[in-house]
Design a protein around this ligand. Structure first.
Ligand SMILES: N[C@@H](CCC[C@H](N)C(=O)O)C(=O)O
Length: 321
């Protein structure tokens, strides 16, 4: 049975049932589970059931909100590191892909996590930022006047380093229907991405992403693949704003309507292609259009990257597991 999204989920799961909230960020959708004691052992088959669009709730991923300290005590290294990095990171985002695999990070998920923490009364973003632990370090979320959530995603890097900057490419991607693989750039946002540029929106719209693109060399831990079309620049209040359109095939999921870390990777790849490692002459701010909406990516002073966009909580309910 569903309840309005404003009704807080029960404090703890009862035996055999699991309280959840459904949310999305630009239609990248998640099943959110509150685990305030850090006592929930979410097994991969349970994640798959929650994410199942026919036999469960349905989502591209499952997000467990748990106390960072409890996970650290239980031996979760990323939680221990999060507390060392920032003792105020009280809550931790345990992110799983729809296939049950564990992922380091989810950019859209962080925003929706923040909205979930607000709904549960665990955070008040009107009084200041929320710092939360993830497997890719602590992320700080602020709420913008228009209601969007902005996340400092932290540092990013090109795994192939200077070689990739000099050549612009360090990998090749083959999509079903292409006569040959195309050059691509690997970008690490805490989770792995491989970005390919296409020449037109028509080509992007016509892509067959029903099967995972093949990437060479084969990434050791898999990768998310972003297909991007640069759309030029426009004037913004603080300087030029680059525009991109993107589709994405997510590791552990398939094609999704949006990917926050993927949008950052796409903007950073295009910025590198235009301006090298410093991005000289390329915009610092990017509007990234995805099938599920639009997000904003900004390279911040100090070299970190910010992702901003909406977060929606849709309904809450209880599932028999
Ligand atoms: N949709 C997320 C990314 C989720 C994890 C990804 N599938 C992976 O395995 O790395 C986002 O918004 O960043």
């Amino acid at each position: 049975m569903t309840q309005p999204a404003t009704t807080p989920a029960p404090a703890a799961p009862t035996a055999g049932t699991l309280a959840f909230t459904k949310g999305h960020g630009t239609h990248n959708d998640f099943v959110l589970v509150a685990d305030p004691e850090g006592a929930l052992d979410l097994r991969p088959e349970q994640v798959r059931r929650l994410a199942d669009r026919r036999g469960g709730v349905g989502g591209d991923g499952v997000i467990r909100l748990a106390p960072t300290a409890a996970l650290a005590r239980a031996g979760e290294r990323a939680a221990q590191e999060a507390l060392e990095q920032e003792p105020g990171a009280v809550w931790f985002m345990d992110y799983r892909n729809a296939d049950g695999s564990v992922a380091e990070m989810c950019g859209n998920g962080v925003r929706v996590f923040a909205a979930f923490a607000e709904q549960l009364g665990l955070a008040d973003l009107t009084t200041g930022p929320l710092s939360l632990g993830t497997r890719a370090g602590v992320k700080r979320v602020t709420k913008e006047p228009g209601g969007w959530y902005a996340v400092d995603m932290g540092a990013w890097f090109l795994p192939a380093g200077d070689v990739a900057v000099a050549q612009g490419y360090d990998a090749a991607v083959a999509v079903r229907g292409w006569s040959q693989p195309r050059p691509a750039l690997s970008v690490d946002l805490g989770n792995p991405h491989t970005v390919v540029a296409l020449s037109s929106v028509e080509e992007l719209d016509g892509l067959d992403l029903g099967r995972a693109p093949e990437v060479a060399p084969v990434p050791p831990h898999g990768t998310n693949v972003e297909l991007v079309v640069p759309l030029g620049e426009e004037d913004g209040p603080d300087g030029p704003v680059g525009r991109l359109r993107m589709r994405v095939h997510e590791r552990g999921v398939g094609e999704t309507p949006s990917c926050g870390t993927g949008a950052c990777a796409a903007a950073l790849a295009v910025r590198t292609w235009q301006g090298g490692s410093s991005g000289a002459g390329a915009p610092d701010t990017w509007r990234v259009e995805v099938p599920g909406g639009e997000v904003r990516v900004r390279v911040l002073d100090g070299g970190t990257v910010e992702l901003a966009g909406p977060a929606e909580l849709v309904y809450s309910g209880e599932l028999t597991l």
